[in-house]
Design a binder for this molecule. Structure first.
Ligand SMILES: [Zn+2]
Length: 363
């Protein structure tokens, strides 16, 4: 590696851990319906003491203060440390992978940074905030439109009118939307949340900007889907096992609610659920349902949140012990597809379909 690349790594790492520090705020505040900007300072989640400059140095503060809050001495979740470190490493890895193309580095690090709270929130609460899904979708399409506007190779309008990223988004929606539909038709269960379909929309759109020049814009979609499902199949059972053990430990003295141990959250079979409604939900996703929601959210801003108000989080709802969120696996599959997807695809095509390995054959 040249000196410039080493320097770039250090800069992206420092930038990454600072962004990771902010992502910790997003992970804590966004699902609790708190404002991201108010209060303007960071505070300790247990004693609500305002944190000063020295408490906010990414990675170091956590280690130097003995993993405790400096004011109330309560232990601080190690998640804060790991989120910062992970974001820093993710930034460096993406920088090294896409490095001469700084537009892609910028778009993908931004995109990747927002995948961190999506991963953590979905894992913990089984939901993906619509604002995050909308934001990454805008980043993905924005990067493609920028490429088209500046005539970058590899960015073009499909059929002379549609940015290719929209094509990728439609592919993502179609694939993960059908999983949802099939799950409903087959077992009347919610196999996949709408949040996952929205996440697929943004990821499908982003992958278009990563394919090698001259190749089919949807080239990386199959490997992304396979890596997502594959990581789910490998890690999913372990996750279910860990969750069941945790709930057994916690819930030994608590009466188990009916249905808690059912495989997946069963959709109400009454008139609230029908094939028409399922189709409508998926179509709604294509028409930017979250954009509408977001405007509604901005118009009806919640009253100022004071520190302390967020301690009364509804923790009554507990996911079924054997349910797993799919968003985290999509994140893992997507990052893996960014890093090694092209390599795997080229290997597979050279082996199985030599003619298609020639760039430009499909498109
Ligand atoms: Zn404290």
């Amino acid at each position: 590696m040249t000196k410039e690349v080493w320097f770039g790594c250090v800069v992206t790492f420092l930038f990454g851990i600072s962004i990771g520090s902010f992502m910790n705020v997003v992970i804590w505040r966004l699902p609790r319906n708190g404002s991201l900007v108010e209060p303007q300072w960071s505070y300790c989640p247990s004693c609500h003491h305002r944190l000063m400059g020295g408490d906010l140095i990414p990675l170091l503060s956590y280690l130097l203060c003995g993993r405790k809050c400096r004011y109330c001495k309560k232990p601080i979740s190690s998640r804060y440390f790991w989120v910062e470190l992970l974001t820093g490493v993710l930034f460096v890895v993406l920088y090294l992978r896409f490095q001469p193309d700084m537009v892609n580095v910028a778009a993908l690090t931004l995109f990747g940074a927002l995948l961190v709270p999506i991963y953590c929130i979905d894992l913990e609460l089984f939901e993906i905030p619509n604002q995050l899904n909308l934001l990454i979708f805008i980043i993905a399409v924005g990067r493609d439109v920028y490429g088209i506007a500046t005539h970058q190779p590899g960015h073009a309008l499909a059929w002379n009118w549609m940015p290719q990223s929209i094509l990728g988004a439609l592919a993502g929606i179609a694939i993960f939307g059908s999983v949802r539909l099939i799950g409903w038709l087959w077992k009347r269960v919610e196999a996949m949340g709408l949040g996952d379909v929205l996440l697929a929309r943004a990821m499908g759109a982003m992958l278009v900007s990563v394919v090698p020049v001259g190749a089919n814009p949807l080239r990386l979609i199959p490997i992304w889907v396979m890596l997502s499902i594959g990581s789910g199949a490998i890690v999913g059972p372990a996750l279910i096992f860990a969750r069941q053990r945790k709930q057994n430990k916690e819930g030994a003295d608590r009466p188990v609610a009916v249905g808690v141990n059912e495989t997946i959250e069963t959709v109400d079979d009454s008139d609230s659920s029908s094939l028409g409604r399922e189709l409508r939900d998926i179509l709604y996703v294509i028409w930017l349902e979250d954009a509408v929601e977001y405007v509604r959210y901005v118009l009806s801003r919640p009253a100022t949140v004071t520190p302390g108000a967020d301690t009364e989080v509804e923790d009554a709802w507990q996911p079924a012990a054997s349910a797993i969120p799919f968003g985290p696996f999509m994140v893992v599959g997507f990052v893996a597809a960014l890093l090694v997807g092209e390599h795997l695809t080229a290997m597979y095509l050279a082996y199985a379909w030599p003619r298609a390995a020639v760039p430009g054959y499909l498109y």
